[in-house]
Design a protein around this ligand. Structure first.
Ligand code: NAP
Length: 275
């Protein structure tokens, strides 16, 4: 029997990119899914591609924290409990701090940080003690180091890292498992759907992502890491080594990312790792 057969999985941020790829692979591997995001027609289209598989559509806007407790209860009721919850919904803003409105930065925190926190609190409230449950948070390389023009996004992902590392330590031995997944450059629409500092939609795919890993390959890497029980891991091309570089040579890394960081990281990839 495969690892994911009959696993009850809720994916928040399931309508595109990495989340959609997770849905497709998990359903093929026998999991029972609840799929959430704002784009309900896209979720229904995804469900209709797998007519005979257990898949419930549960539209959720994680920015609306007032509904997240009810939505969490509903997701838990569908199959009488949950084994894995992927808190994967995310949004970017790409602009200088000086040119980014505070409301836009708040929106990013609301979606990327407070949304997962609110869902987690609802899960903890109703959880039967001792029953295993895995929380999977999608962090980022910019959850590990700051990057120019990504301050709010990096702030939200650093906050996820600190908060969920703390929760993991608090709940050790209770059956709650916290996993932090760090994708590298993955070819999704995250930057196309992302915002500029004034709140308008960017509409542009960032070059580093256009050259990045396919979401399906990333999703397979994420699932492999979870099957191995890894608490925190990076999935991506050779840009993943920047986490190690930052840990060992923080000064060098700071110099590298001071200007045009993604171009520089790409150069490091080519120079050091030959890709
Ligand atoms: N692509 C990369 O290179 C990369 C690198 C590091 C980390 N990540 C992280 O990976 C995660 C998935 O992103 P992706 O790259 O797959 O981008 P994506 O294709 O844009 O997917 C983002 C997902 O989040 C959902 N979402 C956004 N705002 C939401 C809201 N308010 N409520 C509910 N769902 C919402 C979107 O669905 P709706 O629009 O339908 O709501 C979509 O399903 C994000 O957390 C992102 O920060 C991506």
């Amino acid at each position: 029997m495969g690892f994911w057969v009959h696993k009850r999985v809720w994916i928040v941020g399931a309508s595109s990119g990495i989340g959609e790829a997770l849905v497709r692979i998990l359903v093929e591997n026998g999991a029972s899914l609840v799929i959430s995001a704002r784009n309900e027609p896209k979720l229904r289209e995804l469900k209709s591609a797998f007519p005979s598989s257990p898949m419930e559509v549960l539209p959720v806007d994680v920015e609306d924290h007032s509904v997240l407790s009810c939505k969490t209860d509903r997701a838990s009721e569908v199959y009488g409990g949950l084994d894995y919850v992927f808190l994967n919904a995310g949004m970017t803003v790409r602009d200088l701090v000086a040119d980014t409105a505070l409301d836009v930065e708040r929106k990013i925190m609301d979606i990327n940080f407070w949304g997962p926190v609110a869902i987690t609190k609802a899960i903890l409230k109703n959880r039967s003690p001792g029953s295993p449950l895995h929380l999977v948070l999608t962090s980022s390389l910019s959850g590990k180091y700051g990057v120019p023009k990504l301050a709010a996004y990096a702030g939200s992902k650093h906050a996820l890292q600190g908060y969920f590392d703390s929760l993991r330590a608090e709940t050790h031995g209770s059956g709650l498992f916290v996993h932090l997944v760090i994708p590298g450059f993955i070819r999704t629409n995250i930057t196309v759907a992302g915002l500029r500092g004034d709140g308008s939609r960017s509409g542009k795919m960032q070059a580093a992502l256009a050259d990045g890993m396919e979401p399906e390959v990333c999703a397979r890497g994420i699932l492999r890491g979870l099957e191995r029980g890894r608490e925190e891991f990076v999935v991506g091309g050779s840009e993943r080594f920047t986490v190690l570089l930052n840990r060992i040579f923080p000064g060098m890394m700071k110099r590298l990312i001071r200007s045009n960081p993604l171009q520089r990281i790409k150069k490091v990839k080519r120079g050091f790792f030959g890709t």
